[in-house]
Write a protein that binds this ligand. Sequence first.
Ligand code: FDP
Length: 281
Amino acid sequence: MIEVIEAIEKIAIRIKGAFIEEDISYSNTINATGDVQLKLDIKSDLIVEEELSKVYTLKEIISEEKEHILTINPDGKYTIAYDPLDGSSLADVNLSVGSIFGIYEDGISGENLKAAVYVIYGPRVEMVVARDTVEMYKLGTNNKFKFLNRIMLNEKGKLNAPGGTQQYWRAYHKKMIDTLFSRGYRLRYSGGMVPDLHQILLKGGGLFSYPGTIDKPKGKLRMLFEVFPFAFIYEKAGGKAIDGKKRLLDLIPTHIHDTTPCFFGSNEEIEFVKKSYKDEL
Ligand code: FDP
């Protein structure tokens, strides 16, 4: 596993360099999910593939930017699913973006997820690694990652990050979000999953939601590339992650690009989501 984490460190350093060196405009290609790719998306995907291809313990790699699984070493131990540059629509306005990785052993499912890692590119570059615990590292001027601290969520937080277009929210979802605000929760939403979830983790708790909406009943965020890694991280940090009713890590994707409604948070907020969604869906 250490060799996979070390490869992710190299990837983070190279992607950080790409923000400065590369053109941030859109390309004329679309990815496997139909999003128009930034040139930076293409470059980041290349960097990740190049570095992960050198890791002998990896059996296969699955990119959010591609339609198919790529075999690296048929005798390898792990499968890694990744989003090379999540929230890249924020790169042109110079807001934080991230890379997300889920590392599986013996097939892709929540119970086979052995580790999850994300890198956040903001004023600082930080890497959060979840195995049995959740640990945060900071990239130093010597291009080395240094351990900073362990991350644990409180039972209840103060932040509310509601995703999805409000126009298409269902009435019960809107009522739930409004109730949280009426209880004093503060709005924190940048539109980048990595910085939005990172903020809630570091500030002790709250709720991030990306619900099923009238226009997108299965939500927007992808199980393998975004949802499962963060569900693992939130659970290991003492929080919870559900689809409204069920635990996210119990869902079984039928296709690598499947999406799901998702709610990540500290325990009290997730219990409130369950109560609000109990008789719905
Ligand atoms: P983006 O489309 O910029 O890549 O992964 C998709 C994502 O960003 C997430 O990072 C983010 O949480 C979400 O989409 C934002 O979607 P909305 O604009 O619909 O809120």
